[in-house]
Design a protein around this ligand. Structure first.
Ligand SMILES: Nc1nc2c(ncn2[C@@H]2O[C@H](COP(=O)(O)OP(=O)(O)OP(=O)(O)O)[C@@H](O)[C@H]2O)c(=O)[nH]1
Ligand SMILES: [Zn+2]
Length: 296
């Protein structure tokens, strides 16, 4: 049996990239999966039988390491959270929201600041300084002048990545700078798919020349607070994690409680006020939702 990765799933067809030769097989699922209502999704690692002429049958779907929804893709390892230095302005609350969702999804995180050609370099470097201090990996890029593109290419190498970021920050432009014509390279598969009738947007994993894959959906919208609980929220802020459990009250949620060590750290500057304020905002949103779920 061969092994590979599903790069696209489309109305019962699964396009699987063979691990050994890298060829693409058009596969069907073995019938027993359908009985169990189990489907393969892009990113799934599978075992399949080679039927010849580029056709195959998926016999096994291996356990997923990560799972993102909207759109659905398995085994993503890394997210490139992209913002622009200008046009549009860096929206820090949105950045924090992306970060906690990526933390919750257990992805490796890279914060990429694009369009640095529009501001002084010194100004650009300061914009993510706080996040570097927390320990996040950062990239400073310009899809226009190609500054930092080599670093981005290196970051994407040999990993399955997705880009996340608001509209207009330059995600497509960055991908295109990393590998011009990336989307065209998949024309062969699109051709087969065009025979179908569906027009729904399906995520596809694009292959990078240097190794690695990137989802072709630049505007990933898997960031939704509704799946988080108030208890887990503090764990999604790396700079808070070390202090959890040290507050006066065991069940301290680091909001209004007295003797809160996290608040103390905000007072003495060890935790950034902006981050803490966003923490509290998210906390209240989640608590509001939890209240509604409990019905009062
Ligand atoms: N000055 C400058 N402009 C850029 C840069 N990167 C992208 N742009 C411009 O910003 C605009 C948006 O770029 P896109 O790549 O379409 O942005 P996107 O994030 O993919 O946007 P959506 O597809 O809407 O999610 C375009 O007009 C680009 O030419 C950059 O590094 N510098
Ligand atoms: Zn506390």
């Amino acid at each position: 049996m061969k092994t590979g990765i599903v790069i696209k799933a489309y109305s019962g067809f699964y396009y699987v990239k063979d691990d050994e030769q890298g060829g693409i097989y058009e596969c069907r699922l073995r019938g027993r999966f359908k009985k169990k209502k189990k489907r393969a999704i892009p990113g799934d690692r599978v075992g399949f039988q080679d039927l010849g002429s580029g056709l195959g049958v998926i016999e096994e779907i291996f356990e997923r390491k990560t799972l993102l929804t909207r759109p659905t893709v398995a085994n993503v390892e890394q997210v490139i959270i992209t913002f622009a230095a200008k046009d549009p302005d860096l929206h820090y609350k949105l950045l924090d929201q992306f970060l906690i969702m990526a933390e919750a999804a257990k992805l490796q995180i890279v914060i990429c600041l694009n369009k640095i050609d529009l501001v002084d370099e010194e100004v650009a470097r300061k914009m993510l300084k706080l996040y570097e201090e927390i320990g996040y990996k950062t990239l400073y890029c310009s899809a226009k002048t190609k500054v930092g593109i080599e670093d981005l290419r290196e970051t994407l190498k040999d990993k399955i990545s997705v880009f996340a970021g608001a509209s207009g920050v330059g995600k497509s432009a960055l991908l295109n700078a990393v590998q011009p014509g990336l989307k065209l390279a998949t024309g062969e598969i699109s051709e087969k798919i065009r025979r179908g009738t569906h027009t729904t947007r399906h995520v596809e994993l694009l292959q990078l020349k240097d190794g690695g894959m990137v989802a072709d959906t630049p505007g990933f919208s898997f960031f939704d607070l509704e799946f988080l609980s108030s208890e887990e929220l503090p764990y999604l802020f790396p700079e808070m994690v070390d202090y959890i459990g040290q507050c006066r009250f065991q069940d301290c949620i680091h909001d209004h409680e007295p003797g809160c060590v996290i608040k103390e750290m905000v007072e003495n500057g060890k935790i950034a006020k902006s981050r803490y304020e966003n923490y509290v905002t998210f906390l209240h949103e989640i608590q509001e939702k939890e209240k509604q779920e409990r019905g009062y």
